[in-house]
Design a protein around this ligand. Structure first.
Ligand code: PHE
Length: 338
């Protein structure tokens, strides 16, 4: 029998014996018989190389080395399989730490929105919603913003098929609420608003507002101040002060821009408040008599206050976010900080 036939036979016999061995010990015995020690089968075959011509010797050596590698690999694979089976048979260990699935979280803007809503909910305000697609009447006319009035420019608008548009503020929800409910009314209306602004560090064509409205007999500006002071302290910390600056909105009279004392520097002046000690956070005022007339409420009997704030802006102030566009870029390294 020549060497290559012997190699072929050895390969077959080894495979048969190995698969017949059912325990690790039996397999070890097979392995030793073929692969270990001076008397093993493989050594015997290597010994036969000496009787061959130099050319045959080289071929035979290569074939024998290949066989050796194969046999060793077959033993290794079986041993590994055996180990795995044993591991599977171990009883489960309930003391091992659990595997945590990656958990999501609320977007920072949603968190700020929820915090604002919670403060007003505690003060007895109901949450109401209006549609993002509004009509001109609710977005403008009923809010005392005439069709051709320049104040309309301040609420630059995405127009759809007349009379529809994307609401440019949440104030139309004031109108909808007063048409549906009788005073006393205390509501807040959170939601998206749209303006055709080019995106930059402080503008996006879509952002969020929370609107507030209180209507009843004898609702006063002093109550507006009280409610907004409570809001400022709950949101930004006890001791936060509010400052009302005269302003103009068509749907409130008088109107004010409301600032809070800077909670970063304690109103001393820093980069967050641009050195002034104050941060502008919302617009507010007493409901204009024309608005009451537009919704069929008697301005001689009822008074009310309203306010509106931009949520992205408040979120940026409280977390020191430098650019409003970060909120939409969906980078986890940004979002995971909140
Ligand atoms: N709607 C105004 C805006 O978008 C904010 C506002 C609401 C002002 C209610 C006064 C009263 O800027």
């Amino acid at each position: 029998m020549d060497l290559s036939t012997k190699i072929e036979e050895t390969r077959k016999r080894f495979a048969q014996e190995l698969s017949a061995a059912s325990t690790q010990e039996e397999r070890d015995r097979v392995k030793n018989r073929y692969l270990s020690g001076p008397k093993c089968v493989l050594r015997g075959l290597f010994g036969e190389l000496g009787r061959l011509s130099p050319a045959q010797k080289a071929d035979g050596g290569r074939a024998l080395n290949a066989l050796k590698g194969e046999l060793e690999e077959a033993c290794r694979a079986l041993a590994q399989q055996d180990r795995r089976e044993k591991e599977h048979k171990l009883p489960p260990d309930p003391s091992l730490p659990g595997r945590l699935p990656p958990l999501g979280r609320r977007h920072p803007v949603t968190q700020t929105m929820d915090d604002v809503i919670e403060v007003f909910a505690r003060l007895g305000f109901d949450v109401v919603h209006g549609p993002e697609i509004e009509n001109e009447r609710n977005n403008f006319q009923a809010l005392n913003i005439p069709l051709d009035h320049p104040s309309r420019d301040a609420f630059d608008t995405f127009y759809l098929e007349p009379p529809w548009l994307l609401r440019s503020h949440t104030s139309p929800v004031q109108v909808r609420t007063m048409l549906r409910r009788k005073p006393p009314i205390r509501v807040i209306a959170p939601g998206k608003v749209f303006r055709p602004d080019k995106a930059d560090a402080s503008h996006l064509p879509m952002f969020h507002q929370v609107e507030g409205l209180a209507v009843g007999e004898g609702v006063t500006f002093a109550q507006l101040k009280g409610v907004l002071l409570l809001f400022a302290e709950s949101m930004f910390g006890v001791g936060t002060q509010v400052r009302f600056r005269p302003s103009f909105f068509p749907f409130t009279e008088p109107s004010a821009e409301v600032d809070i004392s800077c909670f970063i520097c304690g109103a001393k002046g820093c980069s967050a408040c641009k050195g002034s000690g104050w941060m502008e956070i919302l617009g507010a005022g007493m409901v204009h008599p024309h608005v009451f007339e537009a919704v069929g409420l008697d301005p001689g009997r009822f008074t009310g206050f309203a306010f509106g704030m931009g949520i992205e802006r408040i979120c940026m102030l409280r977390h020191g976010v430098a650019d409003i566009r970060y909120f939409l870029e969906n980078h986890l390294r940004f979002l995971e900080q909140f």
